[in-house]
Write a protein that binds this ligand. Structure first.
Ligand code: ATP
Length: 440
């Protein structure tokens, strides 16, 4: 089936579908909304939870060499001085003298002296720090300033010794974390692509400095495979290597995995070689010996760090964009959200064909049984075609219909959203089938 060509019009359709179906709402909408902040509705919250578990499973539970962590958002302010964020975590800001709009200088045409919106004269570029500040405690003065973390990574670095000691892991090993990060972006936008509050899924892998390149390549491959497993259309992904002018202050080499969104190719995840930059700086600032040694590596050394840093909200947007499909059926344009069963908010819907002859009672029992293991949905209202259509838009991969024959031989039709195939199965077979598709 050819997919519709994605463009900004498609983006508008996706945003409106997200609101209508309960994936994503504008934050504080009844107050007119808060720019760049979004809330996840019932389907969105479920999708996000599934996505995070899918990442967590792959990055911790299915491996022996990665430990999980959940560090606090507020950290000692010195962390951000040491890490270089207070000085260097900036974007170049430019203002239009006429319309007063603000832009990221690196996102407008190079060398342009004119405002891209109104053609007015632009100010000189100045560096704008992206960290949000707040105050700790009742006194609002310089001494009580704390920052909302702009990346989850520092929470991992300051806990390197703790995790190493309590887990008894040996290098090479990693620490993974999912959590909120905040950046006072100059130009947020494109729905949940760039927001000021977002969640990151980061993993920091500690290696011997002589092995950094090998592990860097390893993690590039692993992360690429993860997106394949997630079921994305891999033709829409590509690698982009950072040039010298793009590299963050801590990075030796960096590659982004980019996705082709309706608004163009953009970063989805970064894989960075952060060298020993962060741990060395923290060692210097605290006087704590963050060097590593064991019976294999006799000498003491500061490990190099390979970081994989993905945005949870951005991956969720990618799933939605990638899944969006329109199909003409009998003169009607129908939307199918072809979300993989692994992360789909609802795994299966259960329908009695009609509201009589014992079918609702039978279907209710099937629903109660499946509900013990899977997120399922029971729907008895409306024509069967409409019920299918509602589930296709919600991204539900399977619909199970109970008809007259079910009451005689205990088989039900399982309809596959993408192939439209219908197969008759009994409850234990359905349970096995869903288990394979969802957790396999
Ligand atoms: P950009 O150049 O797009 O601002 P970045 O290079 O600063 O991004 P990183 O610091 O590498 O981004 O962050 C790692 C990941 O965190 C990104 O790949 C993205 O998925 C996510 N991310 C970063 N900033 C935002 C944001 N403002 N909103 C949503 N996700 C974000």
């Amino acid at each position: 089936m050819p997919k519709p060509k994605l463009n900004t019009e498609t983006m508008d359709k996706i945003v409106s579908l997200c609101k209508r179906k309960g994936f994503v709402y504008q934050s504080s909408e009844i107050y007119g909304g808060l720019s760049s902040c979004w809330d996840y509705g019932p389907l969105g919250a479920e999708l996000k939870r599934n996505l995070k578990s899918f990442w967590w499973e792959a990055m911790t539970n299915r491996r022996d060499d990665i430990e999980g962590l959940d560090a606090s958002i507020l950290m000692h302010p010195k962390v951000w001085h040491t890490s270089g964020h207070v000085k260097e975590f900036t974007d170049p800001l430019i203002d239009c003298k006429r319309c007063k709009r603000r832009f990221r200088a690196d996102k407008i045409e190079e060398g342009s002296k004119k405002c891209p919106e109104c053609g007015g004269e632009l100010t000189d570029v100045r560096q704008f720090n992206l960290m949000f500040k707040t105050f700790m405690g009742p006194i609002e003065d310089e001494a009580s300033i704390v920052y909302l973390r702009p990346e989850t990574a520092q929470g991992i670095y300051v806990n390197f010794l703790n995790v190493k000691n309590s887990s008894r892991q040996k290098i090479p090993f990693g620490i993974a974390q999912i959590g909120k990060a905040f950046r006072n972006e100059i130009t947020p936008g494109n729905f949940i692509f760039r927001t000021r509050e977002f969640e990151q899924m980061e993993m920091q892998f500690f290696v011997h400095p002589s092995e950094d390149e090998k592990w860097f390549e390893y993690w590039r491959e692993e992360r690429w495979k993860w997106y394949e497993l997630l079921g994305l259309n891999m033709n829409k992904l590509r690698w982009h290597q950072h040039g010298q002018d793009e590299l963050a202050h801590y990075a030796k080499v960096a590659y982004d995995i980019e996705y082709e969104y309706p608004f163009g190719w953009q970063e989805l995840e970064g894989v960075h070689n952060r060298t020993d930059f962060d741990l060395s700086r923290h060692k210097e600032a605290t006087g704590k010996d963050l060097r590593y040694s064991d019976d294999i590596y006799k000498e003491k050394f500061i490990p190099y760090i390979i970081e994989t840093s993905a945005g949870c909200d951005r991956t969720l947007l990618t799933i939605l964009v990638d899944a969006y499909d329109e199909v003409e059926i009998r003169g009607e344009t129908r939307v199918f959200m072809r979300i993989s069963p692994k992360v789909a908010p609802i795994k299966a819907a259960i329908f009695p064909l009609v509201k009589k002859e014992g079918m609702p009672e039978y279907a209710e029992k099937i629903y109660q049984e499946l509900k013990k293991r899977f997120k399922v949905f029971y729907d008895v209202s409306g024509a069967i075609g409409r019920r299918y259509a509602r589930m296709d838009e919600a991204g539900t991969p399977y619909c199970i219909t109970i008809d007259g024959q079910s009451l005689e031989d205990d088989t039900m039709t399982v309809r596959d959203r993408d192939s439209m195939d219908q197969t008759r199965l009994k409850l234990p077979e359905i349970q096995k089938f869903l288990e394979e598709k969802v957790n396999g």
